[in-house]
Write a protein that binds this ligand. Structure first.
Ligand code: PLP
Length: 474
């Protein structure tokens, strides 16, 4: 008890810590300075009372207050290093924009633009024309509209074309994607009535046909983005649905989820129908995301028949889900890259990462391993191991691209402790644990991030204490 009372007396006063912080961060708001100083003294007091702390220096107290303040001052939304190997990682921001798109955003965001101004006539123009032409050129669609995201695209399409009427969907396609987007729920909110047909694993064309009645508005196909039904299965193709739709005068809509313009089967991945192919089957309206396989900004793209897209554009709900100018600028720049597939593959980060060759990744893994070996204490075991990446983002669910990772093991830190410490690094490094080993999958790590990973791990092991014998060679 005596010791604790002594230790407690050594905690600097709040005003003293605050003064030190003021010296060091002259621009920080007073409110945050006092909060950080108070936070530091409170935690130190708690640690002492809980017996977790046996000594305390003034420097330690100050450094604690400084980290509290630094944390308050830095933005909440921060970049991280994605070492998970999941390319379109929904929780980590999905797609990275190519430089071309970033430049376009910067220019349009910091200057006035012809967003809704027709430069030829000097009259009010439409924000939707800027990307329509290039979308038609790339896909062969009759008309195009872009909105905030694909969830909005689906909602708007259903609300326009089927409010108060029935939409026939296969039971095998009633998907839920991350963030609680469920087709049945979106359908309900759109005012359309869901008419489920078939069984989970098998739906036949006759199931759709039997459900058609005078109140049917649409036949809908939903892409099974994040799962696959395997085994005894039967799925009706978009083409068959189109034929059925034509016979009964019904519109066919397909929610492609992560639509793509590039045939990934040419790069050794499973076949996903491209937007062009789906439109060619005669589907009347397709919707898909801008930031999944397309590799652009968050957006929802609606392509299809002229009169249908026109009706969707006129829906008053469109104003509530409209696309903003920065997104438009980024999207136009990304779409322009698709005019040349080789350029698209090399410049759009999502495509570059998905198609990256395992041998290339292995080279980068070996390079990172060498750098880590030089920097880390000897009790850390480093190995380059073969692993499987994921495309992610509800795209290509069956794809398992071969990849390479640097595997780390240490006698001082468990894989879980390492994973957490890396998450708290600056910038945070998000890694994966497999069989009690920490893996850094190099498919999604940019070469410029290697030194940052080395720095983060060096700091972690320096602070971990305990037995650390540094290598003497190199
Ligand atoms: C991802 C996805 C959506 C939602 O798209 P967001 O762009 O995330 O709004 C809708 N439908 C399917 C099938 C999807 O895969």
């Amino acid at each position: 008890m005596e010791d604790r009372a002594d230790l407690l007396r050594q905690i600097p006063a709040v005003h003293e810590l605050a003064e030190a912080l003021r010296q060091k961060f002259p621009k920080a708001p007073e409110r945050l300075i006092t909060a950080a100083a108070r936070n530091a003294t409170d935690t130190l007091r708690r640690e002492i009372l809980e017996g977790k702390r046996k000594e305390l220096s003034r420097e330690e107290a100050l450094s604690r207050a400084e980290s509290f303040l630094a944390e308050k001052l830095r933005p909440n939304l921060r970049r991280v290093i994605n070492a998970t190997g999941v390319v379109v990682h929904t929780n980590l921001g999905r797609s990275l924009l190519p430089q071309e798109a970033v430049e376009a955003v910067k220019e349009i965001a910091t200057r006035y633009s012809n967003l809704e101004f027709d430069l030829k006539t000097g009259k009010r123009g439409s924000r939707y024309v800027h990307v329509e032409e290039i979308l038609l050129e790339l896909t062969g669609a009759e008309a195009a509209l872009v909105v905030n995201n694909n969830a909005a695209a689906v909602l708007l399409t259903l609300n326009t074309l089927a409010a108060g009427k029935e939409v026939i969907v296969s039971r095998g396609e009633l998907v839920e994607i991350g963030g609680s987007f469920r087709i049945p729920d979106v359908m309900a909110r759109s005012g359309a009535i869901l008419r489920e047909v078939g069984a989970t694993n098998r739906t036949h064309l006759r199931d759709y046909e039997a459900a058609i009645n005078e109140n049917t508005a649409l036949l809908m196909k939903v892409h099974k983005s994040n799962y696959a039904i395997v085994g005894f299965t039967k799925e009706v193709s978009g083409k068959e649905l189109v034929e059925l739709g034509r016979r009964y005068g019904l519109t066919v809509v397909e929610d492609l989820g992560s639509g793509c313009f590039v045939d990934f089967s040419r790069y050794g991945l499973p076949k996903e129908p491209t937007v062009q192919e789906v439109l060619a089957t005669g589907v009347d309206v397709v919707t898909f995301s801008g930031d999944k396989l397309l590799g652009g900004p968050q957006a929802g793209l609606i392509l299809g028949r002229k009169e249908l897209v026109a009706a969707i554009r006129k829906n008053p709900l469109n104003r509530a889900v409209r696309i903003d100018k920065m997104t438009l600028a980024a999207l136009e720049a990304v779409l322009a890259l698709y005019r040349d597939e080789t350029e698209a593959i090399s410049k759009i980060p999502t495509l570059a990462m998905i198609t990256k060759k395992p041998e290339e990744i292995k080279k980068e893994a070996l390079r990172l391993k060498r750098r880590l070996k030089r920097a880390l204490p000897q009790d850390v075991t480093l190995q380059v191991v073969e692993t499987i990446s994921r495309v992610g983002g509800g795209a290509l669910p069956l794809a398992s691209p071969r990849s390479y990772a640097v595997a780390l093991k240490s006698t001082r830190l468990s894989a879980a402790a390492l994973e957490e410490a890396l998450r708290r690094a600056s910038p945070p490094v998000i890694a994966r644990i497999e069989e009690d080993t920490l893996l850094l999958d190099l498919r999604t790590v940019l070469p410029v991030e290697h030194p940052e990973i080395v720095a983060a791990l060096t700091k972690i092991f320096n602070e971990a204490g305990g037995d650390c014998s540094y290598p003497v060679d190199h």
